[in-house]
Design a protein around this ligand. Structure first.
Ligand code: ZN
Ligand code: ZN
Length: 104
C-alpha cells in the first residue's frame, strides 16, 4: 500500500532534491530542502500569510510551486481562485527583458 507513491516520492527526491513551499494568501513560493525543513518559515516572508510546505491532509511535501492540490491524496492545498486573484494584485514592477524563468 502506498508503494507506488513511495517510489514516486523517492524518484522525485532524487531528481529534484527539493520541495516547494507556497503562501496560501499571496502565492509566494520558495524551494526548500528536506535537511533544512526547520529553517522554512511558517509565515510568508512577503505578506505574513500561511506558508504551506506540506499537505494539511496527509503531511506530504509537494514539489511544484504551482500545486493547488496534493500530489498524493489530492486534497486542496489552497483555493485556486484566491491564487488567481493574487496574481493580478501585487504591484510588481515590470522589469524589461527579465523574465521570471521559462514557463514550461
Ligand atoms: Zn504571502
Ligand atoms: Zn495530501
Amino acid at each position: 500500500m502506498g508503494k507506488a507513491s513511495d517510489w514516486l516520492r523517492e524518484e522525485r527526491r532524487k531528481v529534484l532534491g527539493h520541495w516547494a513551499a507556497v503562501c496560501v494568501d499571496c502565492g509566494h513560493a520558495q524551494r526548500w530542502f528536506e535537511e533544512f525543513e526547520s529553517e522554512v518559515p511558517d509565515a510568508c516572508p512577503a505578506c505574513g500569510g500561511k506558508l504551506l510546505r506540506r499537505c494539511p491532509a496527509c503531511n506530504e511535501a509537494f514539489s511544484s510551486m504551482f500545486a493547488v492540490e496534493c500530489e498524493v491524496c489530492a486534497a486542496p492545498l489552497r483555493a485556486p481562485t484566491q491564487f488567481g486573484m493574487a496574481i493580478r494584485k501585487p504591484p510588481r514592477p515590470a522589469k524589461p527583458g527579465a523574465s521570471g524563468g521559462p514557463a514550461v
